[in-house]
Design a binder for this molecule. Sequence first.
Ligand SMILES: [Zn+2]
Length: 436
Amino acid sequence: MTSILIRGAALPSGEATDILVADGIVTEVGSGISSAASSVIEASGLTILPGLVDLHTHLREPGFEQSETVLTGSRAAAIGGYTAVFPMANTSPVSDTAGVVEQVMSLGDAHGYVTVRPIGAVTVGLAGQQLSEIGAMAASRAKVRVFSDDGICVSDPLLMRRALEYVKTFDGVIAQHSQDPRLTEGAQMNEGVLSGELGLAGWPAVAEESIIARDVLLAEHVGARLHVCHVSTAGSVDVIRWAKARGIQVTAEVTPHHLLLTEELVRDYDSRFKVNPPLRRNEDVLALRAALADGTIDIVATDHAPHPLESKQCAWDEAANGMVGLESALSVVQASVVDTGLMSFADVARTMSTSPAEIGRLAGYDVPFAVGSSANFVLYDPSVSREFATDQLRGKSLNSPYLGFTLPGRVVATIHNGRPTVLDGELLAPEEVARG
Ligand SMILES: [Zn+2]
């Protein structure tokens, strides 16, 4: 029997406690637990959070293994404090059948660093023409509950309606990449004064806001659940706030980079800052932070998007969109909303673990720290800061926007289903973590 005693950790509420874990389950919580646990983690001075859950990750396998694999992405997740990730469907083949989603889930299970719960494609081949085998994926061993064509918007309103009707039958959710394709043809950065100055084609806020407005009305009409991926504008926040006040079943996510970075970074044409949706204005960043703090935006999701060097080291127009984010997410959230006084670590636990698990219908995360619950934790030191460099990355790709930044906090340990994946700030070796 594997047992771990975590001694003296500060709960998100600030109160210090000991936690005893045996066979993957929390067996005792309180101060002064004495036990002959097989290992002890001294955690005084550290904050303990429930294991982080990422509802929006790109693991790239199958098909794009030069960018990331389920193993390397799982390691990037674990070092960032994650214990579960939902990989998007834009793989090759696309995750649009029961076979592919089961394969991705099995790879995650075998590696053991994190729980991998694949997202299924809404349309066959992400082509936006016909619905994929949504029911077969939902009924498969992977029990898919989240469906998305992420990377591409389901722009056809009739297909979107049919998809919402379908997932409603088994309590699934459509996660929409809200981007009107016509309004963003050739778009290279946020549309505004700066795009004019730099001579780059603009990606207007209305291209996101108009799709969200349409989709919340469709969700209301159907009575189904809608999740809005990577909200990036102040206007989108207003639409979602209106929809929630009306009782529409809509949830929304914001990425760490949209909470910290602005379009000003595009000035030097450094393609590490090229992402979709693009970095926006400072007033958008401030609106997104406020919306996360007041619950209009429910969760933080990374949109971890690994790309090999050659896809980024080229002219801005040709560079791929996307940033890696799993390793830096918790630090960026601390910098943008905790250290600015907008949110507590209890709010971080809700927006980075409890709520994403609930939206994705992932069991075991609803009552963290309760006796009998699954032991998924991250031990975090918010008091330190670190120079963020490539030596902090554990995935296969290095396209982080934070290289050279000083970021607060450090993940000291991650526990996945009662077993450590990270100790003393370092990943355990694959053979120590793999499920036999
Ligand atoms: Zn997207």
